[in-house]
Design a protein around this ligand. Structure first.
Ligand SMILES: CCCCCCCCCCC/C=C/C(=O)SCCNC(=O)CCNC(=O)[C@H](O)C(C)(C)COP(=O)(O)OP(=O)(O)OC[C@H]1O[C@@H](n2cnc3c(N)ncnc32)[C@H](O)[C@@H]1OP(=O)(O)O
Length: 263
């Protein structure tokens, strides 16, 4: 992977007071420990500055996020793997449980952890093109954690979620729109951001405390479930990393990604 040029995230506030959080880890924004830490810090900053809303997007022209960095799971240092996992849990708790308004301008592919980040926002606009979005973990021989599944069940009907999760379904933009995995499609990134802003403006006349408490109450179930089971969830993740069969599946998957990239 190329050496990192520039900061891993960019956090800016536009003229309307909307925070734009841009992931910037070329080539595919795979979520390693350092990127997750930076996303977490940015979410803290948005909350601390009492910014009314945030749009999550990517600096890549074709990938929103490729999901978790597989190299964090392949033959890992277990201490780092534990910090990696708890940082991912923290990011999800901060984003899914945020009181401010959140929207994702999905300007490219969003598999697995990339799909999770977008589903943790309240509104999704995806750029048209040959991009796909979904939770594909079972295709890698791994099981999406319960809170990934909860997030999907919070976004699309449970029957569709079960089918998508078990079959590792990656949705095209049109399919995602039909099932409600995204709310709108857009012609390009600028259009996606405009549409996210339009969604955010819908709340101009809604008292912000009532909105925030309603959001947090409707999201309480999945949040409490992870908060109660954090240690067990981390132990399961570490146990999974120690399983030789899982390591073999990950090795094969990495090889297939490298072969595809070399073509
Ligand atoms: C009983 C219950 C127990 C439960 C215990 C817990 C279980 C743990 C669960 C963990 C949940 C996992 C979540 C995840 O997010 S796993 C990651 C899944 N992601 C993917 O499968 C996406 C893979 N990538 C792609 O499909 C494509 O890269 C993509 C469509 C995103 C972009 O395609 P593009 O053609 O633009 O780019 P390339 O494929 O050429 O890739 C460029 C380089 O990037 C490398 N790459 C890609 N994705 C990843 C990744 N996720 N991690 C690390 N590296 C990645 C790719 O290999 C290329 O590298 P090189 O240039 O070096 O060859």
């Amino acid at each position: 992977m190329a050496a990192q040029a520039g900061p891993l995230v960019d956090l800016s506030i536009d003229n309307d007071g909307i925070a734009i959080l841009t992931m910037n880890r070329p080539p595919v924004n795979s979520l390693n420990l350092e990127l997750l830490e930076e996303i977490g810090k940015s979410l803290d900053e948005v909350a601390k500055n009492k910014t009314k809303s945030m749009i999550l997007t990517s600096s890549s022209p074709s990938v929103f996020s490729a999901g978790l960095d597989i190299m964090e799971m392949y033959k890992p240092d277990l201490k780092r793997a534990e910090i990696f996992w708890t940082t991912l849990q923290d990011v999800w708790i901060k984003l899914f449980g945020s009181s401010y308004i959140t929207a994702a301008a999905i300007n490219g592919h969003a598999p697995a952890g990339g799909c999770l980040l977008s589903m943790s926002c309240e509104y999704r606009v995806m750029v048209e093109g040959k991009y796909t979005i979904g939770l594909n973990e079972t295709a890698l021989g791994i099981v999406a954690p319960t809170w990934f599944m909860d997030t999907m069940c919070h976004t699309i009907p449970i029957r569709q979620a079960e089918y998508a999760l078990t079959t590792a379904r990656m949705f095209t933009v049109d399919e995602a729109l039909q099932v409600g995995l995204i709310d709108e499609s857009a012609s390009d990134k600028a259009d996606a951001i405009d549409k996210c802003k339009k969604f955010i403006r819908k709340f101009d006349k809604i008292p912000s405390l009532a909105r925030a408490v309603t959001k947090q109450k409707i999201r309480e179930g999945p949040l409490v479930r992870l908060q109660k089971n954090r240690q067990q969830d981390t132990a399961e993740f570490l146990g999974f990393l120690k399983n030789p069969k899982i390591q073999q599946s990950l090795e094969m998957y990495i090889q297939s990604l490298k072969q595809k990239a070399a073509k």
